[in-house]
Design a protein around this ligand. Structure first.
Ligand code: PMP
Length: 412
């Protein structure tokens, strides 16, 4: 019986190494109290949170909290049913209309999480004779949606439209082909070359879906994401989004102008066979969505903070992702160095996320920072000071050695 668990021994080994090394395990943190979108107490220590996906700080939006409480009072704590049964309240339908209007699209379908939006949509949309082409660095929910469906799955090189072009050229032109990319990749924060991907997709007469999980609320004049920013919304067939990041709650959705999207209400198992979002969540999402739409100053604050941290870390000498976005993955030399760095930050009251393979691309260990519109300038000063101590601890001795050997060579 215990043999079932043997396959986890590798990951267990890595985790127990962490525990042996540290009293405070970066993979097992418990947040004791939340003070604000950027402050919490962890292990008795007041910390600045730099490891959330709370890009706009909306988890504590007063209007959303009030709407959420009122919705619970009015309609209870849960729907206790699927959207296809007793779980479709007028709030769900109104939210779908609000999202469709926001994107200026004809159709929207809500899911209970962003994960389920990808799994439900992808596994249902493509059948036995169809092809799905996905970026190699796709999120687990995209991979899982592919696994659950019957289509043939083809991976192309990360952020490489030329490679996609080659792969599409080998497929029958009369087959259904769906290309899937993300607006911003969740670990290194790199941006998809979306215009190029759209051009290649259209050249081959294929369809394209963009997961805007980490770009909605952040890019574009109205905060709709990189498709809006790059002016390709009309050429993108499907957009997937989540409420668990900029929207500050939980839930997922897909928008499209294709009327067929409505068919997923009976075809997508992750829509049919799960309970719908509770009224409190629907109300909070609706409120925060309006805030995102009507408060461009939030995006401005987020970009101000992102600029400071991205360039600050770059100037220190850290290796970070190629694009400046609020997701900043700081590459660590190895897991041990990463744990040490994480602890140095934590000792100074800075909480970041530790990201390890297989969740990271190319097997790297990352300190994954996510920037928030609500970070103050004083907090950013503290974050940068703490990262400087990390840099000195990880690379200071090495740099001194290198300098000494250059001097020695010069004087010889
Ligand atoms: N897509 C991407 C690109 C993600 O990063 C995530 C979550 N990290 C999801 C989908 C799933 O979203 P959720 O957490 O809302 O289920």
């Amino acid at each position: 019986m215990t043999k079932f668990f043997d396959k986890f021994s590798h990951i267990k080994q890595i985790r127990s190494n962490f525990l042996e090394q540290s009293e405070c395990n970066p993979l097992g943190m418990k947040i004791e109290e939340i003070y604000s979108p950027t402050q919490a107490r962890i292990l008795g220590k007041d910390c600045i949170m730099v490891g959330t996906n709370n890009y706009l700080g909306l988890t504590m939006n007063e209007d959303a909290i009030n709407a959420s409480c009122a919705a619970t009072q009015n309609a209870g704590t849960g729907t206790t049913g699927s959207r296809v049964a007793n779980g479709s309240y007028k709030g769900h339908q109104a939210l779908e209309k609000q999202i469709a209007d926001y994107y200026e699209k004809d159709h929207c379908i809500l899911f209970t999480t962003g994960y389920q939006a990808n799994v439900g949509f992808i596994s249902a949309i493509a059948g036995r004779d169809d092809y799905i082409l996905i970026d190699a660095d796709s999120h687990a929910s995209i991979y899982d949606g592919c696994k659950l469906g019957d289509a043939t799955i083809i991976r192309f090189k990360h952020n490489d439209p030329e490679n996609l072009d080659k792969k599409l050229a080998r497929l029958p032109a009369d087959a259904n082909r769906l290309v899937i990319v993300e607006g911003v990749y969740s670990m290194l924060g790199d941006l998809a070359p979306i215009k190029e991907f759209v051009a290649v997709t259209k050249k081959h007469g294929a369809a394209i879906m963009v997961d805007e999980a980490h770009s909605m609320g952040i890019f574009g004049e109205n905060g709709r994401g990189v498709c809006e920013q790059e002016g390709v919304e009309d050429d993108v067939d499907f957009i997937i989004g989540t409420f668990s990041k900029s929207v500050g709650t939980i839930g997922g959705y897909c928008v499209s102008n294709h009327a067929g999207l409505q068919d997923l209400r009976y075809a997508a198992r992750a829509y049919v066979f799960t309970a719908s979002l509770p009224p409190a969540i629907v109300a909070a999402a609706s409120e925060n969505l309006s805030t995102i739409q009507n408060t461009p100053s939030l995006r401005k604050a987020l970009w101000h903070n992102t600029d400071r941290i991205y360039y600050g870390l770059q100037d220190m000498g850290f290796e970070i992702g190629p694009d400046k976005t609020p997701v900043i993955g700081v590459k660590m030399p190895d897991i041990e160095g990463g744990v040490r760095a994480w602890q140095i930050l934590f000792e100074q009251g800075i909480y970041v996320n530790m990201a390890l393979p297989p969740a990271t691309p190319a097997g790297v260990c990352l300190l994954r920072c996510s920037i928030c519109a609500a970070h103050t300038d004083a907090q950013i000063d503290c974050i940068l000071v703490a990262f400087q101590t990390v840099y000195d601890a990880l690379y200071g001795a090495q740099e001194e050695e290198e300098e000494a050997s250059v001097k020695k060579a010069a004087s010889a």
